[in-house]
Design a protein around this ligand. Structure first.
Ligand SMILES: [Zn+2]
Ligand SMILES: [Zn+2]
Length: 416
């Protein structure tokens, strides 16, 4: 027997998945976003340049594909979509900014699978490319908040925000943090000691408790902001308040990727255990130029983890306006001689968009009835020798048990 690749999953029921995609699409369109699609295959170099060579995603978690013989480029399965969208913006010379777009699809990271975390996972990515206004960040956050509260009926979540400042602020902060970590080097974990040298901001989201205890007294990046960043950080908080968004400031929130600056945020939920963020993002003012644009296009964006969102939606499933269950008619030819007639009647119903199933496996009448029940049929149409001869059909309402004989020509009218 073949089994699925570790860290992947089969979706045998897409009800909630489709519900979420459908709700987000409609919601984002109302904020004047455009849906786009970008490839799953991208060059490895794109992510090295954008996410940073020292990030876990690039250094350990990439699915790199052996390139075709004629190609020298290393190709990978995309680990996220922001870099791809930025590449598409630059490569297609998109002329209007802000370019407000979203996309959804599978992403790939080779990491240890755990609750709500897969090697092939799905994200909705939303980007506003080419806007330096901090109000845009607030509006984007409001858009997500409204999606989660009103469309997804989530209650049990919190918005965490932080502000990483400009590159100069981070340089200053990294020096302060380095000094602080030097003084604690005998009390923090081996990984943090490595991060301290390579990707120092990442120490702050170390999952180890003793490290976290130590970092409670670590310098805060928001204390290292220049005058202008300080003002924007204040403005962001004020605007979120004006838009009635509740949030908490998490001074340890830095996000894993190199490209973030200024605003970073995460929507987190206790229901998800340790991997608690289900939507995360922030501002990336330098990435577009880094990926090849001639000028700066300050940008902000975020991604929603669909697998984690599905875990949250399962909890509130009863409150969601999910699509109505189908109204099914099952047609039962009593003998093989009625199969053609059964297909003709089914064809007529299906042409009128009436959901119809035909029993063609030659089962006994009793067994067909049992199957129809199991399928949740509302009506069963019985076609035997008599019905065939008389141009009629017997139709049974499975809820009430009532049974009628009607002319075949009236079946659509009867069921509509
Ligand atoms: Zn600054
Ligand atoms: Zn640590």
């Amino acid at each position: 027997m073949f089994t699925k690749v570790k860290g992947t999953q089969d979706f045998l029921d897409l009800t909630l998945f489709k519900f979420f995609i459908d709700q987000s699409q409609r919601h984002f369109l109302n904020y004047d976003f455009t849906e786009i699609a970008v490839p799953i295959l991208e060059s490895v170099a794109l992510f090295k340049r954008s996410l940073g060579e020292e990030t876990d995603v690039v250094s350990k978690e990439m699915f790199i594909i052996k390139p075709a013989a004629e190609s020298k480029d290393e190709i990978c399965l995309r680990p996220e979509a922001t870099a791809s969208i930025v590449r598409a913006f630059v490569e297609n010379s998109v002329q209007h900014a802000p370019w407000k777009v979203f996309t959804y699809g599978p992403m790939f990271r080779y990491e240890r699978p755990q609750k709500g975390r897969y090697r092939q996972f799905h994200q909705v990515s939303v980007e506003v490319i080419g806007s330096k206004s901090i109000f845009q960040d607030a509006q984007l956050i409001k858009m997500f908040d409204r999606l989660f509260t009103e469309k997804c009926m989530l209650q049990n979540y919190v918005l965490q925000i932080n502000f990483l400042g400009c590159p100069e602020d981070r340089k200053l902060f990294k020096e302060k943090l380095y000094k602080f970590l030097e003084s604690k080097s005998d009390q923090i974990c081996q990984k943090c000691l490595e991060r301290k040298e390579k990707n120092i901001l990442r120490v702050l989201d170390c999952k180890i408790e003793t490290c976290q205890k130590n970092y409670e007294k670590a310098p805060k990046i928001t204390d290292s902001l220049c005058g202008e960043c300080s003002k924007e950080w204040q403005k962001l908080q004020e605007t979120l308040e004006i838009l009635s968004i509740s949030f908490i400031i998490n001074s340890k929130l830095v996000r894993g990727l190199d490209y973030y600056n200024k605003t970073v945020f995460e929507f987190v939920s206790d229901s998800l255990g340790a991997q608690s963020a289900f939507c995360a993002g922030g501002r990336y003012d330098n990435l577009v130029k880094e990926v090849g644009a001639k000028e700066d296009f300050p940008s902000v964006g975020a991604a929603i983890g669909i697998e984690r969102m599905l875990l949250l939606l399962e909890e509130v499933q009863d409150k969601l306006s999910l699509p109505q269950p189908k109204v099914l008619t099952v047609i039962m030819p009593v003998e093989e001689a009625q199969n053609e007639l059964a297909l003709l009647v089914a064809d007529e119903l299906q042409a009128h968009n009436l959901c119809t199933e035909v029993m063609l496996e030659g089962d006994s009448f009793k067994s067909m009835m049992r199957k129809a029940n199991k399928l949740g049929a509302k009506h069963v149409i019985i076609l035997g020798e008599d019905e065939q001869k008389n141009g009629t059909l017997t139709i049974k309402n499975m809820l009430t048990g009532t049974q009628n004989v009607i002319p075949q020509s009236e079946v659509v009218k009867y069921l509509s």
